[in-house]
Design a binder for this molecule. Structure first.
Ligand code: HEM
Length: 338
């Protein structure tokens, strides 16, 4: 589904287009109906304004340290120097994981990216087991103790009166952290790359950082870092003139739908007055991203720190290198900070 109307039609019709697409347990995104709703009611509590507000000071100090460490006056790859460590360190801190886990998590993300791009299923399975091991170590350290972070709080959750199984908790945390590690790094790169190439917008936001939330949504509309989501057809139907059978798979391509000229006019025109309901960067409907508030907070704080720590973000001599699907955004983003 490349068009906006078709993407919306599929996302909204959860009876015809199911999220049960994988044979692996995926909490909450692999579920439909009441089971999905129960998981989401629980998960959404971790991402309310109140729940994430206390994270801002820690996040700010992580961003300030990382921004200060980027060399000035020379071309750097912003993905490797800032966006990826930012996503990694922010995720570990939000989950309440120790600083000692930051380096292993970065290595894990890199291995995971290489295996995913190479479609190396054996390596991907081994890497998934390694990740589960990291999470189970964190769970074991918290069992039987009062919860002080989201990782510990999941151990205390009750669903229909029963505790979550370790498999459910690992799946929930995998969805939070892998989503966050990959997507938020890509988002930071997409926004930084755009600001480097649009000094007028950069000046506008440096003067008025209060518009950062709206601006990062609009910049990501033009180059959505979360490219596509799969759905399974449950009954024979037809969409966009194409007949579909039960068990067919369809992809909702957010990146393309967000550039549909029938909805956005010139898709490359940066505008702060667009209707936020049209922007599909965080998805749509019951599967709308539960982490959207956290993602906006993280991007706002990162760019506030980048603005206060620099006078300009300028393009590097070499062109950015687009990431390869399923990743979005840039894999290399040469920029120069002054
Ligand atoms: C800029 C960063 C992010 C973007 C662009 C993004 C985008 C999306 C999109 C498009 C979906 C819808 C998927 C679908 O309909 O199948 C989604 C779902 C989801 N996102 Fe995000 N996301 C981001 C950050 C995060 C963060 C920070 C978290 C958690 C910490 C998170 C957790 C999830 C989860 C668990 C789902 C599945 C929800 C469900 O099926 O009910 N995301 N995200």
């Amino acid at each position: 589904m490349f068009g906006h109307a078709d993407a919306v039609a599929v996302a909204d019709d959860t009876a015809t287009y199911s999220n049960a697409v994988s044979r692996h347990l995926q909490v909450p995104n692999g579920f439909d109906g009441a089971a999905h709703r129960d998981y989401r009611t629980m998960i959404d509590r971790y991402f309310t304004d109140d729940a994430i507000a206390g994270f801002e000071p820690t996040l700010r100090s992580i961003c300030a340290d990382l921004v200060a460490a980027v060399p000035r006056g020379v071309d750097v790859d912003l993905m490797a120097e800032l966006a990826e460590p930012f996503a990694n360190d922010a995720t570990c801190a939000f989950m309440g994981w120790p600083d000692s886990l930051r380096a292993p998590m970065r290595e894990w993300t890199e291995k995971n990216r290489r295996a995913t791009l190479a479609v190396d299923r054996t390596a991907m399975a081994e890497i998934a087991v390694e990740f589960d091991g990291h999470i189970r170590t964190q769970l074991d350290a918290r069992r039987g103790r009062p919860a002080t972070d989201p990782t510990g709080a999941l151990l205390e959750e009750r669903l229909d009166g029963r505790p979550l199984s370790d498999e459910e908790i690992v799946s929930i945390i995998r969805n939070w952290s892998v989503a966050e590690l990959g997507t938020i790094a890509a988002s930071a790169g997409v926004v930084a790359g755009f600001l480097a190439r649009h000094p007028d917008v950069q000046e506008q936001l440096r003067a008025d950082p209060g518009r950062l939330d709206v601006a990062t949504d609009e910049i990501q509309r033009m180059n959505s870092p979360f490219v596509a989501s799969r759905r399974r057809v449950t009954v024979a139907t037809e969409i966009a003139g194409t007949p579909l059978e039960a068990e067919d798979r369809v992809y909702v391509v957010w990146t393309s739908a967000n550039r549909d000229p029938r909805v956005f006019g010139d898709p490359d025109e940066f505008r702060l007055d667009r209707d936020p309901a049209d922007n599909l960067v965080y998805g749509r409907g019951v599967h709308y991203c539960p982490g959207a508030r956290l993602a906006r907070l993280e991007l706002r704080v990162l760019f506030e720190e980048l603005f206060s720590g620099t006078t300009a973000i300028a393009p590097g001599a070499q062109a950015p290198v687009p990431a390869r699907y399923p990743a979005g955004g840039w894999s290399r983003l040469p920029v120069r900070l002054t």
